[in-house]
Ligand binder design. Structure first.
Ligand SMILES: [Zn+2]
Length: 108
């Protein structure tokens, strides 16, 4: 049973786009590393924001939808938004090409 695909930016289900990217370390706390591996999935809305270069809009959307899914994190939303923006900036640096449509059979 595979986990349902989510947008890597806002966690919306069933993203239709995939951005190729090289691997990078998204987060490092001491010896703990969180690595981004390979491509990033994006929903239609996030793709539009990415294509328009609207990084603030992308971070706003990602943080807002995170808080909808995780209401306990509402009080740290601004901190969360800054962290998402930082990781998105790394994504923009490591992106290697244009969005590719994800075929329906892969999306499931
Ligand atoms: Zn999205």
């Amino acid at each position: 049973m595979s986990e349902q695909a989510k947008c890597d930016f806002c966690s919306e289900l069933d993203p239709r786009w995939s951005y190729p990217a090289t691997d990078f370390v998204a987060l490092q706390i001491g010896a703990i590393l969180s690595t981004s591996e390979g491509s990033w999935a994006a929903c239609d809305t996030c793709r539009d924001l990415i294509e328009n270069g609207d990084r603030n809009g992308l971070a706003d959307r990602s943080a807002a939808l995170w808080v909808v899914a995780n209401p306990d994190s509402a009080e740290v939303m601004e901190c969360l938004r800054r962290e998402l923006r930082r990781i998105h900036d790394l994504f923009f640096t490591h992106r290697t090409g244009k969005a590719q449509p994800i075929p329906a059979e892969v999306r499931g």
